[in-house]
Design a protein around this ligand. Structure first.
Ligand code: UGY
Ligand code: MN
Length: 247
């Protein structure tokens, strides 16, 4: 039997590992017949919010984005989505919808256990740039170029790399033996969730074994490095704030 007084989760000033074993559910108005786990949030010093929603049959996510844009990614299962009252679509595993600010959204779930990951960020408008439109898309390794000339690393950018967007969401695939080519030290913040495999993550000189289902928060300037571990690809989806003047 596992010892209940142990966890791999840690919460520090500038990074956190959140493993599913410590989840406690939140109630979110308009999100019904589901469990919501708020994994990253301003309460821990972050400027993004990351949640994992597990829907029961008949689950609904209904609302209108306000100051924050929301990126919804189907980790497991499928869900019907209506955006702005008109665009109806079935989103299946690996597919996403980006919902800009001030937009109605409705998700209807028919199957037990559909899981949706969300990234929320307060949108910072930029003079001369239009607010982005709704975007649908999907995970596709064939659309993931090699990263920094290393065949073991591939990054797929899910959102257009255009100035109208102030957030990026990417899928980073490390094949066996792949590792970040350097320790990164940067102003951008990250929220991520492992979709597949295992890894060792270094955050500010502390070393963490991580695996599918784990989430990580990295504050600006949290030093970071990672290497894949095990026989299968190590894959995470991550958020990054981009394209705005450093204040
Ligand atoms: O885009 C990035 O900063 C990315 N290479 N960081 C990371 O995966 N920790
Ligand atoms: Mn980084």
């Amino acid at each position: 039997m596992e010892i209940s007084a142990l966890t791999r989760s840690v919460v520090k000033r500038n990074h956190a590992i959140i493993a599913p074993d410590g989840y406690i559910n939140s109630n979110v108005p308009g999100w019904t017949n589901c469990t919501v786990n708020v994994i990253i949030n301003e309460q821990m010093g972050a400027r993004l919010c990351q949640t994992l929603v597990t829907l029961r049959a008949g689950g609904r996510l209904e609302g209108r984005t306000q100051a924050s844009q929301i990126f919804f990614y189907v980790v497991e299962g499928e869900c019907e989505v209506t955006i702005g009252g008109v665009q109806q679509k079935l989103l299946t595993q690996g597919q996403f919808v980006y919902v800009p600010i001030e937009q109605e959204y409705q998700f209807r779930n028919h199957f037990e256990g559909t899981r949706i990951l969300t990234f929320h960020k307060v949108y910072e408008p930029l003079a001369g740039q239009a607010v982005p439109n709704v975007i649908f898309g999907e995970r596709d390794l064939a659309k993931a170029p090699v990263y920094m000339n290393d065949e073991a690393l591939r990054i797929q950018e899910l959102l257009p790399n255009e100035l109208g967007f102030d957030m990026a969401v990417n899928i980073f695939t490390y094949s066996t033996g792949g590792h970040l080519p350097m320790v990164e030290t940067h102003i951008m913040e990250h929220g991520l969730m492992y979709l597949q495999g295992q890894a060792i993550y270094m955050l500010d000189n502390e070393w963490y074994p991580v695996k599918q289902g784990d989430s990580i928060w990295m504050a600006p300037y949290c030093q970071q490095w990672a290497t894949a571990m095990g026989q299968e690809n190590s894959v995470y989806i991550y958020y990054k704030n981009v394209n705005r003047f450093p204040t």
